[in-house]
Write a protein that binds this ligand. Structure first.
Ligand SMILES: Cc1cc2nc3c(=O)[nH]c(=O)nc-3n(C[C@H](O)[C@H](O)[C@H](O)COP(=O)(O)OP(=O)(O)OC[C@H]3O[C@@H](n4cnc5c(N)ncnc54)[C@H](O)[C@@H]3O)c2cc1C
Length: 416
């Protein structure tokens, strides 16, 4: 079909944030043709960020879980979206323009949207009960059950998800150890300027941080596990949670002819390289980012923005290059961390505010040429919003820091 044929058959594989939002935007933008939304999970589509935040603290009442659904079945039915849950796609025939489902069915498409996201990078240690990972609602439920026991927990991996789990475990009264082979794992999240403060925050809340040493083995079973570190230290624990990143879900595309390199490689308009009428979006997509080269983002706003972008390309023939907002957030205890843009390791950073004194701070990043390229804020949403506006308007680092200083001196902490 031509990109503007609103009657064409659209098949979307992956029924989570990127896939569900694409289907909904297509209808809003006037697409009248059939839309099939295929998902491997049997669950109605749900949002993942609460899995390491609200849901790990909740009592798992039905209404709490339902509040994190991306749509109800009624809404999807009303929109005429053919929802196929619990049926993974197992192959793609780009010549015949058909998706092969695990059920044996072939779904013909005029346009295919690949939104199969990512899966938790598998734990390299031998499987044992009590060793858990977090990607799905079922994973979060299993982790919440273990945390509720209030027994010791070792979290392997000091990334956003690992540290959010650690914070939740502290809330359950667990003794928590976070292990990461990197000496300052928080630097990956917030940059070197704030990494020590974030480690201090976890320590102040009772987390034992074992950084700069890896895990050699995990032995035993739930309730009586031993995590063996590379330096020979043995940590006794009841539960181990392994959060060591994720890998894009592309196995089902092997041999399809699509370019697969740490994700589905696309052009700047998110069209998959190697086939006609195929887009890739969300955590599975690797596209040419203007500032970062071929890039795969694993962030909510990116998946949501790419869904809207591709729906417009399909329903309205919009022919543009995707521009990412590069926005990420994390909640750690009562800290609200936001990052926008990126940090150039060859560039410079300016700190505005004093986290210890004011409880809030902003760090503005410039690239090697001195051009502002990103920022991180802690507990300072007004600064974040201002930085986003100023970055978009092409302001200089001096101008951004000056305006943030004014904002800081004019607004009391409570108004941040
Ligand atoms: C615990 C957790 C906390 C997070 N917190 C934050 C946060 O605070 N801030 C932030 O910006 N981002 C956060 N994220 C990241 C954010 O949730 C993801 O970027 C977002 O979910 C990506 O959406 P997606 O639809 O591209 O992929 P996914 O959400 O991974 O969904 C892909 C879907 O495709 C399905 N699928 C896979 N293979 C197949 C197949 N062969 N056939 C059919 N279906 C298939 C999967 O089962 C899955 O349902 C978090 C993620 C997790 C796991």
């Amino acid at each position: 079909m031509s990109d503007t044929d609103v009657t064409g058959r659209v098949v979307i594989v992956g029924a989570s944030l990127a896939g569900t939002r694409t289907a909904q935007h297509l209808r809003t933008l006037g697409h009248t043709g059939p839309i099939a939304l295929v998902g491997a999970e049997a669950e109605l589509p749900y949002d993942r960020p609460p899995l390491s935040k609200d849901l790990l603290k909740s009592d798992w009442a039905d209404e709490t879980v339902e509040s994190f659904r991306l749509a109800t079945r009624g809404e999807l039915d009303e929109a005429g979206i053919d929802l196929r849950l619990g049926i993974p796609a197992v192959g793609l025939d780009v010549a015949a323009k058909a998706v092969l489902l695990d059920s044996g069915e072939r779904l013909a498409y005029d346009t295919l949207v690949i939104a199969t996201g990512a899966a938790a990078r598998p734990s390299p240690w031998r499987p044992a009960s009590g060793v858990l990972q977090l990607r799905t609602l079922a994973d979060a439920r299993a982790i919440a059950e273990r945390l509720a026991l209030g027994e010791p927990v070792v979290v392997v991996g000091g990334g956003f998800i690992g540290t959010e789990i650690a914070a939740a475990a502290i809330g359950f009264g667990c003794r928590v150890t976070v292990v990461d082979p990197v000496a300052e794992p928080m630097a990956r999240l917030v940059g070197p300027e704030l990494a020590a403060s974030l480690v201090d925050l976890h320590r102040a809340n009772g987390v034992e941080a074992r950084f700069g040493v890896g895990v050699a083995d995990i032995r035993g079973e739930a309730g009586a596990l031993t995590v063996v570190l590379d330096d020979g230290t043995e940590l006794s624990t009841s539960t181990a949670i392994v959060g060591i990143g994720s890998i894009p879900s592309t196995d089902w595309l092997a041999g399809s002819g699509l370019q697969l390199e740490n994700g589905v490689v696309t052009d700047a308009g998110l069209r998959a390289i190697g086939a006609e009428g195929v887009f890739a979006i969300g955590d599975v997509a690797r596209w040419p980012h203007p500032g970062r080269g071929l890039h795969r983002a694993e962030h909510w706003t990116n998946a949501s923005d790419q869904a809207r972008f591709v729906a417009a390309a399909i329903a309205q023939g919009a022919d543009a290059e995707f521009v990412s907002t590069d926005y990420v957030w994390s909640d750690q205890y009562d800290w609200k961390i936001h990052t926008v843009g990126h940090r150039d390791p060859a560039g410079t950073s300016v700190v505005v505010g004093d986290l210890a004194a004011d409880g809030r701070v902003a760090v503005v990043h410039a690239d090697a040429s001195g051009t502002p390229c990103g920022a991180v804020t802690v507990n300072w949403v007004r600064a974040l919003n201002q930085i986003r506006r100023l970055l978009a308007s092409g302001a200089t680092v001096d101008s951004i820091t000056e305006q943030l200083e004014q904002l800081g001196s004019s607004a009391p902490r409570a108004a941040a």
